[in-house]
Design a protein around this ligand. Structure first.
Ligand code: FE2
Length: 372
């Protein structure tokens, strides 16, 4: 007897996706049972269809899983076993490989115990003993279909994430390329911001948003004429007013993108100053979002240590002295102190931005970790 915990309607509609998945024969199934006769019966049932691994108790099963986590798609486990019960084994297996499909064979018919087991182990299905081998075969096939579907979805999501991230990075580089003096500016600002944010212990979501905000902070400069952006001399008052419109342009440009709505305020506020003398909102102190305060420090440091059309790059030490001098007026004093404390890392990152960026980039890491 089997109790299906899944709604398979959706599975029937994604045949096209499944056709691109590996054949069933490429899948590996782990069978765990203390009774050798049962293991033999299970192996006979599945022979020729899957690669089979076996274990005779939960402890051994966990070892096999740990050593083969990359290739196991599905686990079938007995419940009553010495050393470790099937539910405990599957619960631990779920911590190692949450995506692996888990099926429990049990003599229990108490619905409360079974429901508890389903929830704790993230069980795909349980089967009451004695089971019909053909029925088990069908359940396993359904489980493998579900595994393939999840893998396909994860690949598609990862492709989309990669496309999104690379598009943002390309837009950011294209913007920097408008002025030969700002080549690599957005990437370095992002890098310094990430170094600071990581030291502050910000969570993954914040790190992702800071990375996006760093890459896009000056996106509004797309609307600024080249003659103003690249002007070698001092800007006139009128030109400076146009230049000062870029934080609001950045906000407007990305406000319609749902995924970026959380960072629009940060882009708008990246030229605000701690003492309220910045623009466009003359925000003061903690009125300025913390991420905008981080980006402001990174942005100013990079501007000082890069050669511009109107002056040569300042040495790292000179820029750090300037940050010290402007702490509490232009910059949040706590963040400025942290920036100065992280001076050696910032300097090393400035000398080797690509290498440090791949170390600190949250988005890049996310993409790499989800490649199946
Ligand atoms: Fe800016």
């Amino acid at each position: 007897m089997s109790i299906n915990m899944e709604n398979n309607l959706f599975l029937n509609n994604i045949d096209d996706i499944l056709q691109t998945s590996p054949s069933k024969a490429a899948h590996t199934v782990l069978l765990v049972d203390d009774e050798i006769n049962n293991l033999q019966l299970l192996k006979r049932t599945l022979r020729g269809k899957y690669n089979i691994l076996t274990a005779q108790n939960g402890k051994e099963g966990l070892e096999v899983l740990e050593n083969n986590a990359d290739r196991i798609s599905l686990i079938v486990s007995d419940h009553k076993m010495p050393v470790m019960e099937g539910t405990e084994f599957l619960e631990k297996a779920n911590q190692i490989s949450p995506d692996v499909i888990k099926i429990l064979l049990t003599g229990f018919s108490d619905i409360e115990i079974l429901t508890d087991a389903v929830n704790k182990c993230n069980l795909f299905q349980y089967m009451l003993k004695p089971f019909d081998p053909q029925e088990l075969e069908q359940v396993i096939e359904n489980g493998i279909d579900k595994f393939d579907l999840a893998s396909s979805k994860s690949l598609i999501l990862n492709d989309l994430r990669e496309l999104f991230y690379k598009t943002i990075k390309s837009i950011s580089s294209a913007l920097d390329a408008k002025d030969p003096y700002t080549h690599g500016h957005s990437l370095r600002v992002t890098l310094y911001s990430l170094i600071l944010a990581k030291e502050l212990g910000l969570n993954d979501k914040n790190l992702e948003e800071i990375e996006l905000a760093g890459l896009l902070h000056d996106i509004g400069k797309i609307a600024i004429p080249q003659s103003i952006l690249c002007k070698p001399g001092k800007l006139t008052d009128e030109e400076f007013a146009i230049m000062k419109s870029h934080p609001e342009n950045s906000e407007k440009l990305i406000s319609s993108i749902k995924k970026l709505q959380g960072i629009t305020n940060w882009l708008k506020a990246h030229h605000e100053k701690w003492d309220g003398t910045g623009y466009p909102g003359h925000l003061k102190g903690e009125e300025i979002p913390v991420s905008a305060r981080i980006i402001a420090l990174a942005d100013t440091y990079d501007a000082m240590t890069s050669t511009r059309s109107y002056r040569k790059a300042l040495e790292h030490e000179v820029a750090i002295e300037e940050i010290k001098r402007c702490s509490g007026t232009q910059f949040d004093p706590n963040l400025a102190a942290l920036f100065i404390q992280l001076g050696d890392t910032i300097k090393a990152a400035k000398e080797n931005p690509e290498e440090y960026y791949s170390k600190y980039s949250y988005l890049q890491k996310e993409i790499n970790s989800t490649i199946v």
